[in-house]
Design a binder for this molecule. Structure first.
Ligand code: FE2
Length: 352
């Protein structure tokens, strides 16, 4: 017999259990579907603050939040294979590239909500309402302070110039963050220029791409490379670490917002959309709207040192110290859509 838990109570043992990554999700029964008193979230984010947010939504609205956490591609594949029977109401994930992929696969349903369109700047949401940015991240330059002066820094484009030969390190182009960055460069300058840029940066690599964004910061701190490009929160995380060696790494490097005089720094999003086959659409839309409320914006951005999407939300103190910057206004849907092309260009130009 099913063990009665906090989450299963509402279902009175009526439902099948699904499980991903150790979390349990109870398939909504008839009761839940009719009363709209539950929302099932498939999330690729793994932060304690997100769980606090679910709790706060639940206590404010009386709508129970069930959630599963797994890798974004697995969640997208899961919704696809579950088809019309999917219990998912909301897909929550990071990167415009992945949200675009879910949209392309026909898994998301457009939402019209003036709460969402008023709160979220147009560049951070899909124009037809398939998905909405709920927090944002800047892809910044991080440099070794003893080897590079900020006065030498300007743009992503400049990283392809000869002065960085043997000094640049980067994550693989197979990662969605770099595909989105390259997607934004394609949007701004076209395929030919993007391809030339990739050839330039590959020619400047100190070592072949390896490791995640944090690994790139470590390489720059240790002197294996002088400069890299990463999402800003990885540096903030090191700065706020309780480990002295990680704090030392953060102190040894500087953060620079590139392209301030040329279109702005590339900004990506965490975002959410309504699953097309959702059985709890009313609750799901309320949940989406809750994500842009004050409580959510503070929890979402501070839990992962991200930037809020809603103006006026206080920043995490470490992130606030990085200062203000101009953002590339290109819509996340544009660089999301460019992801496949970006990967092809990167591949052809030798960015592993
Ligand atoms: Fe990340």
């Amino acid at each position: 017999m099913m063990k009665t838990t906090r989450r299963s109570l509402v279902l009175s043992g009526a439902a099948a259990i699904l499980s991903i990554a150790g979390e349990q999700l109870f398939r909504p029964g008839v009761l839940n579907a009719q009363t709209d008193k539950v929302v099932n979230v498939y999330s690729a984010r793994h932060y304690d603050n997100d769980r606090k947010l679910y709790q706060s939504f639940q206590s404010e609205t009386g709508i129970r939040v069930n959630w599963v956490e797994a890798d974004a591609d697995k969640l997208i594949e899961r919704i696809r294979s579950e088809g019309g029977n999917s219990p998912a109401d909301i897909l929550l994930t990071v990167d415009g590239g992945r949200l675009w992929r879910a949209q392309e696969a026909g898994l998301l349903k457009p939402v019209r909500s003036s709460v969402l369109t008023k709160a979220i700047p147009p560049s951070l949401r899909e124009p037809s309402g398939h998905w909405f940015g709920i927090s944002k991240r800047a892809r910044v330059l991080v440099y070794n302070k003893s080897k590079v002066s900020p006065s030498e820094l300007s743009t992503y484009e400049d990283l392809a110039s000869g002065k960085w030969k043997g000094r640049l390190v980067s994550r693989s182009s197979t990662h969605v963050y770099n595909q989105s960055l390259l997607g934004a460069i394609i949007a701004a300058s076209g395929e030919k220029a993007a391809s030339a840029w990739v050839r330039g940066i590959v020619g400047n690599f100190a070592i072949p791409p390896e490791g995640n964004d944090t690994a790139q910061i470590r390489l720059v701190s240790s002197g294996r490379g002088d400069i890299t490009f990463v999402n800003h929160y990885y540096l903030a995380r090191l700065a706020e670490s309780i480990k002295p060696d990680e704090q030392a790494i953060a102190r040894s490097v500087g953060l620079f917002f590139p392209n301030q005089r040329l279109r702005g720094t590339h900004v990506n999003i965490s975002g959410a959309g309504l699953v097309k086959t959702s059985k709890n659409q009313g609750a799901a839309i309320r949940f989406l709207e809750y994500l842009v409320g004050r409580t959510s914006q503070v929890l979402l951005s501070q839990g992962n040192n991200e930037y809020p999407v809603v103006a006026g939300t206080p920043l995490d103190p470490t992130v606030a110290r990085y200062g203000r910057f101009i953002e590339d206004p290109v819509n996340a849907a544009v660089f999301g859509k460019n992801n496949n092309l970006a990967l092809r260009i990167a591949d052809q130009a030798g960015w592993k």
